[in-house]
Design a protein around this ligand. Structure first.
Ligand code: AMP
Ligand code: ZN
Length: 372
């Protein structure tokens, strides 16, 4: 018998061994394209065989795929990961190379970074942002991490900080930590009842504001965030379903700096799927937060991701062609209403269209609610 640990939520099962990975997955009714199969520090392919006494972890990741090739496309060695949408497989070293190459290409194509830029990397402690930070370090960029303790769950928030801090300590890079409750007097779960905004909306607004403000105040040239292909495709699907021309005009892996104080913002993982970032983080030995944010369950973006995953399962590559097609042929067609007339927020000094910015208005609402 081999012991198999399933994650998210965590449960354990025993399976008859020896048995090929594909048979085990079939018996557990798990779609091989939605998980990483891990033994110790190795990733297993569908063709690998699980031995008796093995301890296997099955770690869910969204999207991606698996094919019947088990030779590395680059070096013909034993593959550890199959990428169906690229119709190929890679060994560990070649996959790490492939991943960084995708990041490098993203940076070059979209003119994201120059070699001397001081980059503030927004890190959540999850796979995407830590994989991003690692790849940027490996590519030689001057990076500093920025983590916000959002107080989204008793265990989740301190764990997220711990993963981010451990990464920074191991690599001897600097992590700046902002504690929302300490610095602002409120936390994300407080916001919906006060502001009427959905939790994820209020959290997103808070993150965007604090990250942009920190980058500006601390004199960084660029902010890098960990949004990947799955995130961007899900946002695009939402924008298309609503035909939101303003958002379609602005959706881009690069948001340029504005003269009035917004620092340039880039998403160097836009060419990589969630499964690929998970595999990269794992193969680099990054101990990331595997659990999802407890507040995110069932939000709109997750549902759009589910729909895209469903399509991807039967037509691998659809997600990438949907998003890349938009970048190449779609985005130029939406002009929106042009750059808004911005002034300075009376309260925090950030650019805004109104008297005070949306974040400061939310903060004020919370203050009024709390003093009632
Ligand atoms: P999410 O909104 O959780 O999908 O995260 C998108 C990106 O925002 C991540 O890849 C990070 O770059 C950044 N981010 C998310 N949470 C945090 C956090 N607590 N502190 C700093 N950056 C974050
Ligand atoms: Zn403000």
């Amino acid at each position: 018998m081999a012991r198999v640990v399933l994650r998210n939520p965590r449960r354990e099962v025993e399976v008859q061994a020896p048995t090929p990975v594909k048979v085990m997955l079939r018996e557990l009714a798990i779609d091989p394209e939605t998980v990483l199969v891990i033994r110790g520090t190795d990733l297993l392919t569908r063709e690998d065989v699980i031995a008796a006494d093995d301890e296997i972890e099955i770690r869910p990741v969204i999207s991606g795929g698996a094919v019947n090739v088990s030779k590395c496309r680059r070096c013909r060695g034993q593959a550890v990961i199959e990428l169906q949408r690229h119709n190929s497989a890679f060994c560990k070293e070649c996959f790490l190379h492939f991943f960084r190459e995708q990041v490098r290409r993203a940076i070059e194509r979209e003119d994201m970074l120059s070699p001397t830029d001081r980059v503030l990397v927004a890190v959540s402690g999850g796979k995407d942002s830590l994989a991003l930070w690692d790849a940027l370090i490996e590519l030689g960029y001057d990076t500093t991490g920025y983590h916000i303790v959002l107080w989204t769950g008793e265990e989740y928030a301190p764990e997220s900080l711990r993963h981010s801090q451990a990464f920074a300590d191991e690599r001897g890079v600097k992590l700046i930590v902002c504690d929302l409750k300490e610095d602002m007097g409120f936390s994300v779960p407080d916001l919906p009842k006060v502001t009427g905004r959905p939790t994820c909306g209020a959290c997103g607004l808070t993150k965007r504001h604090l990250i942009a403000k920190a980058a500006g105040d601390l004199g960084f040239d660029v902010v890098a965030i960990g949004h990947n292909l799955d995130d961007e495709a899900a946002v695009l699907l939402g924008n298309v379903l609503r035909w939101d021309e303003e958002y379609l005009a602005r959706q881009s892996p690069v948001l340029p700096a504005t003269t009035d104080g917004f620092v340039k913002k880039v998403k160097p993982l836009y060419r990589l799927s969630e499964r690929e970032t998970a595999a990269y983080a794992f193969l680099r030995g990054i101990d990331y937060q595997v659990e999802e944010c407890p507040l995110v369950v069932g939000n709109t973006q997750m549902r759009y991701k589910g729909v895209l995953d469903e399509i991807e399962r039967t037509s691998p590559g659809t997600k990438a062609s949907f998003y890349h097609g938009f970048l190449e042929r779609g985005r130029g067609r939406f002009t929106g209403s042009g750059p808004p007339d911005l002034r300075t927020c009376a309260s925090c000094g950030m650019p805004t269209t109104g008297e005070t910015c949306a974040f400061c208005r939310m903060r004020k609402q919370h203050g009024e609610h709390a003093s009632r």
